[in-house]
Design a protein around this ligand. Structure first.
Ligand SMILES: CC(=O)N[C@H]1[C@@H](OP(=O)(O)OP(=O)(O)OC[C@H]2O[C@@H](n3ccc(=O)[nH]c3=O)[C@H](O)[C@@H]2O)O[C@H](CO)[C@@H](O)[C@@H]1O
Ligand SMILES: C=C(OP(=O)(O)O)C(=O)O
Length: 434
């Protein structure tokens, strides 16, 4: 188990370039299984989850060439389906959430797929019904071996159909879109998730020869094609990393420029941080955040306490609520953070309370933060990172705190933030990997 030692209280300064988007890369990497032709991917983030998925693809027989630190070619022309039967595959695949999206491509191309229960953050129940019901609607048979916790799906002749998803699942939509891309006839998916990750996946599939309309909306039409070909694809900058850097800048009173942020693709993220009182300037495609001694949380128009809640895209992403919460601890004012989607994502507030933050955990989904307005600093403590976004929020808290903090279990942070210690050191942070 790795740890960071952080000496807090230093103002940071400089420019930082966001990595390629983690959750996009996981979809796109699974998509390489859809074609025997060469795929060239750029801005592939060098993070634990992505590297694990790349390894898994290699083990399945995908030919991988590294072109540079963030660029690869993949060619899935000789997939070893027998490997899916091995214990090694099942163990490796279950170590990350994103691996679930190999099922759609495998089903589309080979008529079969298998997977053990996928991992990912323990942030509450994470059901997969939407994925499997979608596959079944396309005509696949679904089975679950409850003893070994293995899902399998089979269906050689998938047929397009209409489906209304029971929830707009991000990875579920990606899986169904990929399966439907080579099904016979037309598939309509209503209540589809439409995060930029999915917009990017669908645009890439179109470049591979798929026929998809409605991209960016919750109503997708997919006309199945017989085969897909190779293409090139570049990941968007990671919007969750961008939000994390905005929160970091505010909490540490730092002057930071986030380079090439693709601002039009960030949806409501910048405005949500602005409502927390954080000033920012858009300079071409960069986000400049000045050093701010005080930032004041807005109220609603009627003067009532602001609520920041998650919602499916184009609402505010649940993956940034922990960052909003930590950022509020040094703001002026009060905010209610409402995490609707996941039930175990706010428990990390215990550690912030130990550090001196004023937070009331109302129930597993809601926490009220009463900002300290820098009248007192947070105090450095030893803590464990429970999940990726709580982990980065604790890191932000530690960087703003007086004294030294140790953050354990930083593998969680490394799942999604590329060389975060090195990159923050370049901004002047006192952080060391133990
Ligand atoms: C690898 C990956 O891409 N992971 C992301 C993906 O996970 P993932 O695709 O696993 O998450 P889903 O979109 O399936 O669902 C997330 C949670 O929200 C609930 N839910 C979802 C839709 C809905 O309309 N109502 C509802 O209540 C689900 O029951 C679940 O508890 O999307 C989540 C939601 O943005 C993000 O937190 C994860 O970082
Ligand atoms: C919850 C997340 O990741 P995963 O779905 O991979 O657990 C996340 O990226 O915030």
């Amino acid at each position: 188990m790795g740890s960071f030692r952080v000496r807090g209280g230093t103002k940071l300064q400089g420019e930082i370039t966001p990595q390629g988007a983690k959750n996009e890369a996981l979809q796109i990497l699974c998509g390489v299984l859809l074609t025997p032709e060469k795929m060239t991917l750029r801005k592939v983030p060098n993070i634990r989850d992505v590297n694990k998925l790349i390894d898994l693809l290699g083990d399945m027989g995908v030919k991988i060439t590294k072109l540079g630190p963030e660029a690869y070619t993949f060619q899935a022309d000789e997939i070893n389906l027998d490997y899916l039967e091995t214990e090694e595959f099942l163990v490796k695949a279950s170590s990350l959430r994103g691996s679930v999206m190999i099922l759609g491509p495998l089903l589309a191309r080979f008529g079969t797929g298998k997977l053990s229960k996928p991992g990912g953050d323990k942030i509450g129940r994470r059901r997969m019904d939407t994925h499997f019901v979608g596959f079944q609607k396309l005509g696949a048979k679904f089975g679950y071996d409850s003893k070994r916790e293995i899902f399998h799906i089979d269906g050689k002749n998938l047929k397009g159909t209409y489906m209304l998803l029971d929830e707009a699942s991000v990875t579920g939509t990606a899986n169904i879109v990929m399966a439907a891309s080579m099904a016979e006839g037309k598939t309509t998916i209503y209540n589809a998730a439409c995060e930029p990750y999915l917009q990017q996946l669908c645009s890439m599939l179109v470049r591979m020869g798929a026929k998809i309309t409605g991209i960016g909306s919750n109503l997708l039409h997919i006309e199945g094609v017989k085969e897909l070909g190779g293409t090139e694809h570049t990941m968007l900058p990671d919007m969750i990393e961008i939000g994390s850097f905005i929160g970091l800048a505010a909490m540490t009173e730092s002057e930071i420029t986030i380079k090439n942020a693709q601002i039009p693709r960030l949806g409501i993220i910048p405005d949500t941080f602005k409502r927390m009182g954080i000033q920012m300037e858009f300079r071409d495609d960069d986000i400049y955040i000045p050093s701010q001694k005080h930032y004041e949380i807005e109220t609603f128009i009627d003067g009532s306490i602001l609520t920041v809640a998650d919602a499916i895209w184009p609402g505010f992403t649940p993956d940034l609520l922990s960052v909003v919460l930590v950022t509020a601890t040094q703001a002026k004012g009060t905010v209610l953070v409402h995490q609707k989607m996941f039930e175990s994502r706010l428990f990390f507030v215990d550690k912030l309370i130990d550090m001196g933050a004023q937070i009331i955990l109302c129930d597993p989904h809601r926490a009220t933060v009463i900002g300290l307005d820098r009248k007192t600093s947070l105090r450095g403590i030893r803590m464990t990172s429970p999940d990726i976004r709580a982990g980065v929020s604790l890191l932000i808290a530690a960087l703003s705190a007086e004294g030294t903090s140790i953050i354990d279990n930083i593998e969680q942070i490394d799942r999604g933030y590329q060389h975060i210690d090195e990159r923050l050191r370049k901004l002047g942070a006192d952080i060391e990997r133990l």
